[in-house]
Design a protein around this ligand. Sequence first.
Ligand SMILES: [Zn+2]
Length: 203
Amino acid sequence: MISKGKLITELIVPGGHGRAFEVGKGQLLEIVDVEGRQVADFFAFRKQDHAERLSPSHTRTSLRSLAIKVGDSLRTNWRNPMFEVVQDTAKIHDLLIAACDERRYLVDYGVLNHRSCVANIEEALQPYGIGRDMFLEPFNFFQSTRIEPDGTLIQQASPTRAGDHILLKAEMELIGAVSACPMDLNPIGGSKITDILVRIYDQ
Ligand SMILES: [Zn+2]
């Protein structure tokens, strides 16, 4: 049983929208899939230097894996540990797929003015002075991407259940941002877009 410490922040990320928050070194960040089958795009930046950011590609390289598990260290683009995975009931996350943006909906689906993770994160990070050119690759928590033997990527509905979560220990002072992905034109988010819950604990 993991002692999470004292709950200091709890915020709902409404389905299809984004929120940003600060996490102190040593604090625990819990991201909860409230109803299940909801993808949470996640970005994070070193508080003192936003040029250092959580990086899926550097994490994949460090772990020599396309998947993450408890005990793994999630790395920044400067190869420093930013998070340790403390608990993970979902065990389904994607480290490959780009965050949805306006162009994704227009170019691939012919839809104008659809909400997107990139616009959500841009809005949430605006008070911190972090622009969209600074967040490149997301960790897509609760997103299921199947990799076929020939390399084909199949984006499929997430199998997560209500209350599934990932618990991360922050290894540095950071700014995090979550978008409850508004993608409703392919199966990744199940049949409806729902909320993500963010909790921060001080140990
Ligand atoms: Zn998205």
